[in-house]
Design a protein around this ligand. Sequence first.
Ligand code: SF4
Length: 526
Amino acid sequence: MVEVVLTTDRTMMSNHHHKEFLGFGTTGPVMLVPEKFWLFLFAPKMKVIDKDGRPLEAPYGLRKIEAKLIDDGFDAAIIDPDHLHKHAKTAKVLLLSHHDYFGFGPPSSTFASIFKRETVNARSFARLMESPAIREMKKRGVKIIAGGPAAWHWKYRRDKMKKWGIDCVVEGEGERVVGELVNMALKGEKLPEFYTVKPSNSPSVDEISDIKLPSVNGIVEVMRGCPRGCKFCSVTLRPLRYYPYEKIEREILVNVKHGVRDGIIHSEDVLLYGAGRPSYIIPNEEKLIKLHKLFKKHYRRIVWAHASIAAIVKGQRDTKLMDKLAEIILDDNQSWWGAEIGVETGSPRLAKIIMPQKAKPFDTEEWPELVIEAAGIMEDVGMQPAMTLIAGLPEEREEDVIKTLELVDELWDFKAIIMPMFFVPMGLLNNEKWFEAYNLSDVHIELLKRCLTHGIRQGKNILKRYFEDRWYGPLLMPIYRSFIDIIEWQARKRNYISEPGSHKGKKFRKSQTCDPEYVDWDKMCR
Ligand code: SF4
């Protein structure tokens, strides 16, 4: 039996039909179909590999902590949430991790505010915490430690900490501290309620353990940190570390050995892997080519976790880097690849305030033109990204949102999903106010509608090749296609369709009047 159990809820413990992007479906509230069917669409159950309930694939961050504990000599294992009951009477410490415990993350809080309903991920996590297995553990005095990227949520939910018996919340990279905290828990010592790992206490590459079992969708990290310093981002403060090829290959092989043959290259900006002094923002072609060849040597298909507009343009302008990488990535196994790309705004004025380094080495004044150029490059090389926008940044003005609308119009024919998200106070802006969704102005509503219309249009295009690598693709495709059709039908019925240029000449009201119930709901979301 396992002494130190690590787990998370179903929306995280899933490979989302081998399509990471489908995981975004769990950041919305259930609509139009029963919740069980929604979970089947966006977060199907994970296979387990033994009678204890170890999942075949598990979230990468949780795998890293599991590996560290195993390397430190603990009897630790990740257990699928459906198998937790097998450990209810024996586990001594329970570790939780999540990207979005309460649905406060940017996509979830946006969807929750718009639809005035709790998101699937928040509901699923609450169900996990109310499960008989966790109640039984708590009754026996098992200590619970929560961490992961969404650890900060607990500061807004002290009531839930108390209700569910969370003993300690760890914020930041956990490698250097998790062993000590678990030791304290095993000895029954009192744990600090909140423990923040300072960036200066981030682990070195040598202190980061290799995963022992596969990660969800074969994700393998190649570096940590990001040099761009955007004010709204929590990664900003962490040091930059590149993993050597040998370390990366060992983790790829862990996945391959267990039959996970496709993977995600994880970095906040894949194109900055190996970028050198002084700025760390100029793509290093030699290292990137070697990195991609390494991944494609073992994996059939690869995608990127994140990449930046500026690095795409810089690499392509200087050395046709994107063409060269496409030559490595695209083959008989894949005809496209994806990445999440932060666009955030179409306004150079606002970009200069919130993300002054994001366009570097180019001038931030050129930001919208760079985004359009990068879209053209991505289209040419076969990339289909998810692009994010942030609405409601603290210093945003109506003219900024109009510039963003115009940028979306410029991207109208680009095969991408553009996701607008409300500002969430994180990173250097963590003392700012949350964006109050009940204060949505008309121009924000126009932006949401425009992105929805773009998404419906391009979603249908993207879907055509989305499951090209799966034998069951032809079975799943009609389901997702019907889903998009239903969204379109509803959007038309509610007048949510917004065509390019339709904002021109309109007068926008500052904020909507809304019923007090909505205000209460929106406040509760935060
Ligand atoms: S480029 Fe991305 S990861 Fe880097 S600081 Fe900006 S938002 Fe964060």
